[in-house]
Write a protein that binds this ligand. Structure first.
Ligand code: PHE
Length: 349
């Protein structure tokens, strides 16, 4: 073996060409790995003449230490570069547009319901609620419709089969039902609070009915105002004012005599048909008028039922169907469209 000459210069030339940590590992193996040039030189030291061994051993060890230290320095530099490159390439560009998530919209019945609630709230009416699963007492009895009263035939009722919960085996005999109108809330509120009262009760009601103008579930807004000096003129002013806010100030409104067991006198409110400008069309059935709500002065018998003194208190009540008002407002001719969930219909609102 020839005497050892330092490999540092050659190593440094090669190191200059290294661009990443992978190449660096290869270079490390080439010089100071198990079979690297420096390592092999150390192994063959014994082949040198004894007088050269000391100096050569020292030179080899110096090379080994120098190369190892230089590699370490270079490795640190390369690693830092590699990490910052990785961060730079993963950078989030905050100026990119985000993923567009389509928002849902309000259902037309909800839109009109909110509008109606807002109007009555602006007139000082509070908002009340009652249960959709009601008892015969609140839905009929306390509203002056005793069992076998002919007025109960006006509403085909869903009775709830309470099964083992009551002695009644048959659903038809059940005292539990899905409320057929929001008028049940009148009784609940009057029973728990003293007059004066001024509130509306929006909510779902249920009837066994299904065709182009009826669905088994629909929405009503009930209203009740009770005090010592409420007259039919107040009823007309509130309801006419309300209808003008919903349908426009020039809309003709009229009140027709009608009958409800819980109001006396009773009336139905009509609005002039704006589809035909009152000349008569299919929608108003040729009459020029469209029925829009039921109302009346609270029947003294109802006050008696809730423990209000009918000699002292009087008031008016009203009820209206929201789907019907929504259909008129938007010119929708089939109520079932509201509940089919067809997006082509719903997206128009
Ligand atoms: N509850 C009646 C109905 O559903 C409407 C109504 C409410 C009438 C209040 C008069 C007073 O048809």
């Amino acid at each position: 073996m020839k005497s050892y000459t330092s490999l540092q210069a050659r190593f440094l030339e090669e190191l200059d060409l290294i661009k990443n940590t992978t190449e660096l590992s290869t270079l490390r193996a080439k010089y100071i790995g198990k079979s690297g040039s420096v390592t092999s030189a150390l192994k063959t030291l014994t082949e040198l003449p004894p007088n050269e061994r000391g100096a050569a051993g020292k030179a080899i060890n110096e090379d080994k230490n120098f190369i190892a230290a230089t590699l370490k320095e270079k490795e640190d530099v390369l690693k830092r570069i590699e990490i910052s490159n990785k961060i730079a390439s993963n950078k989030i560009d905050l100026t990119l547009p985000g993923y567009y998530k389509k928002a849902g919209g309000r259902h037309p019945v909800s839109i009109v319901m909110k509008e109606i609630v807002d109007i009555f709230a602006s007139m000082g009416f509070a908002i009340e609620e009652g249960p959709e699963v009601e008892t015969d007492y609140y839905n009929f009895e306390a509203l002056n419709m005793p069992k076998n009263h002919p007025a109960r035939d006006m509403q085909d009722t869903f009775y709830v089969d309470t099964g083992g919960l009551t002695q009644n085996a048959s659903a038809v005999d059940s005292d539990v039902l899905l409320r057929t109108h929001t008028s049940a809330v009148q009784i609940r509120v009057m029973k728990r609070s003293a007059p004066p009262l001024r509130f509306i009760a929006p909510g779902k009601v249920y009837r066994r009915d299904s065709d182009i103008t009826h669905t088994p579930l629909f929405h009503q807004v009930e209203g009740l105002m009770v005090d010592t000096d409420i007259s039919f003129a107040n009823l007309k002013a509130v309801l006419e004012g309300f209808l003008h806010l919903v349908f426009g100030a020039t809309l003709p409104v009229r009140f027709r005599p009608s009958f409800f067991p819980f109001t006396e006198p009773s009336t139905e409110g009509d609005i002039g048909c704006f589809f035909c400008k009152q000349t008569g069309c299919r929608i108003c059935k040729g009459t020029g008028w469209i029925e829009i709500l039921g109302a009346g002065m609270v029947n003294p018998k109802v006050f008696q039922m809730v423990g209000y003194d009918p000699e002292l208190y009087c008031g008016f009540a009203f009820g209206m169907g929201i789907e019907r008002i929504t259909m008129l407002k938007y010119g929708i001719d089939d109520i079932r469209l509201f509940y089919e969930g067809d997006l082509r219909f719903l997206q128009q609102f």
